[in-house]
Design a protein around this ligand. Structure first.
Ligand code: BES
Ligand code: MN
Ligand code: ZN
Length: 507
């Protein structure tokens, strides 16, 4: 069949541009930077202690050039040499962290946007362990240069080809291990970004199912997609209700990763996959924010992307995923305010606002996950504007019924520098969701919108330990910022990988 000129994805692997970029770049730990062949060498410079040798200016001269070694700052020292030297601010030695190393690498690659062969020298990793340091530097370098250029005639910047890391005093095997992990986690994050950055008509629910199948084949997990007729037979009234106004079919995509040995546990991941959120009959007013609603599948993207890392990281847990995919459109067949939908499992929901659609698709996914008998569920969803209002664009809202599970998600978020903050599931607010004619309604009151959405979801997880990430704020960034690049951030992908890879049942 001939592809419409207005549809890019899915084709072959090259349709996910970051896969090609990831295959093309080599990151290595070296004993000596190959100065001749490199276009740029970066050196981390702290605001205290001695300057690394090889930096041709002293502190006073660097200061006159405006460089004070603050984190995130860089200064390109162009000389007669063919290789650019870049000093990278890294703050005080005692403050050095994994996140600081990641950000320094990202700042470096952005300082030399045209360079494809680069080397980075780090004279101390402070108290960070060698593997984590190498992993963070790799992630920073690869994610800092991410661009979604698939639909441009010419890419804005060349992709990286070679990244050499010279880490003074660091065990070579540990560094290589960290680099290998960083390549996998950065690739996964970039896949999530590609999916969320792809325009909505290029990536429909059925396209996402096709992409998942391709990724499963390459990265070693099983993919099963359920179409509209099958969803009717399964009683997934939430996904079907939201889909009713759409010309595109919905898809439930189920992912399964099975480890080589006896599983250490079984984790369920559920992702919101609203391919485009118009608001439905409760139509969103047209404002620039709605350009972003192609990213309303960011949760599903991060779950799918996390699966691409599990085999390559040797994950020991069984991991299952449920992606609830449809767009939310107004039309003559759309679901209406006052309609009652029946979730998988039989609970009825009165629709008081068709723009609160995320919770309606998620309820079916959460029920399916509990039915599968997983040891715990983590869901991730671009669920509420209230999460963005409460915590802004860098921190996600975290809720849950199991404090040990919430603690694990928080610890992973701290480690990956994908910040999350726990908010209370305040039971007092539950009555805001009461309905006169159904078991529950999909709309809470005017305030605490992220919490009432979380309370709604909690009704569908039974006794299974559950944590919920509301990523409405963190799904995208207005500007390049540390490991984030402008546009879709792929937020949550690395948290999910971190929690899933060694998952054991929570107490
Ligand atoms: N997808 C939106 C939430 C969102 C808002 C994500 C901004 C990213 C950025 C969600 O489906 C939505 O429309 N939520 C409503 C819920 C309300 C109607 C109860 C909201 O937050 O306004
Ligand atoms: Mn909505
Ligand atoms: Zn939405």
């Amino acid at each position: 069949m001939t592809r419409s000129p207005n549809k890019l994805i899915p084709a072959e692997f090259s349709a996910i541009p970051s896969l090609a970029a990831s295959d093309a770049v080599g990151v290595t730990a070296v004993d000596e930077l190959g100065a001749g062949a490199l276009e740029a060498i970066g050196v981390l410079v702290h605001s205290d202690g001695d300057l690394p040798d090889g930096v041709p200016l002293d502190r006073a001269a660097l200061g006159r050039a405006g460089f004070e070694a603050k984190p995130g700052t860089t200064l390109v020292l162009a000389g007669a040499e063919p290789t650019l030297l870049v000093v990278i601010g890294a703050g005080a030695v005692d403050d050095l962290s994994e996140a600081g190393l990641r950000d320094a690498a990202a700042a470096f690659v952005r300082a030399v946007p045209k360079a494809t062969r680069i080397g980075l020298r780090v004279t101390t990793i402070g108290t960070v362990d060698a593997t984590s340091a190498a992993r963070a530097l790799t992630e920073g370098a690869l994610l800092g240069r991410y661009r979604y250029d698939a639909l441009k005639a010419t890419a804005r910047e060349p992709k990286l080809a070679t990244v050499e890391l010279l880490l003074d005093g660091v065990d070579a095997a540990a560094a290589s291990d960290g680099i290998a992990q960083g390549i996998v986690t950065a690739r996964a994050t970039a896949i999530a970004r590609d999916l969320a950055n792809t325009p909505p008509s290029h990536l429909t629910a059925s396209d996402l199912a096709d992409v998942a199948t391709i990724l499963g084949g390459r990265f070693g997990f099983d993919v099963e997609a359920f179409d509209k007729q099958e969803l009717i037979e399964m009683g997934c009234g939430g996904l079907l209700g939201v889909n009713a106004g759409s010309a595109e079919e919905p898809r439930l995509v189920v992912l399964r990763y099975t480890p080589a040995g006896e599983p250490s546990g079984h984790l369920g991941l559920v992702g919101k996959g609203i391919m485009y959120d118009s608001g439905g009959i409760s139509l969103k007013p047209s404002d620039p924010m709605h350009l972003l609603m192609k990213m309303d599948m960011g949760g599903a993207a991060s779950v799918l992307a996390a699966f691409t890392a599990l085999r390559d990281l040797g994950a020991t847990a069984a991991v299952s995923g449920w992606l609830l995919c449809t767009d939310n459109m107004p039309s003559g067949s759309a679901y209406k305010l006052g309609d009652v939908l029946t979730a998988r499992g039989g609970k009825t929901v009165e629709v008081k606002n068709t723009d609160a659609e995320g919770r309606l698709v998620m309820m079916d996914g959460l029920v399916l996950a509990t039915e599968a008998g997983v040891d715990a569920i983590i869901d991730i969803a671009t669920l509420t504007g209230a999460a963005l209002m409460a915590l802004g664009p860098s921190t996600a809202a975290l809720f849950g019924t199991s404090q040990p599970l919430v603690d694990r998600v928080k610890a992973a978020a701290d480690a990956t520098d994908e910040p999350a903050w726990q908010l209370p599931l305040e039971r007092k607010y539950r009555k805001q969701l009461d309905s006169d004619i159904a078991d529950i309604s999909n709309l809470g009151g005017a305030s605490a919108g992220a919490a009432t959405a979380g309370l709604f979801l909690s009704e569908f997880v039974g006794d299974t330990p559950w944590a919920h990430l509301d990523i409405a704020g963190t799904m995208q960034s207005d500007a390049d910022d540390s490991w984030r690049s402008k546009g879709a951030t792929g937020y949550g992908t690395r948290i999910l990988i971190e929690v899933a890879r060694g998952f054991t049942p929570v107490a």
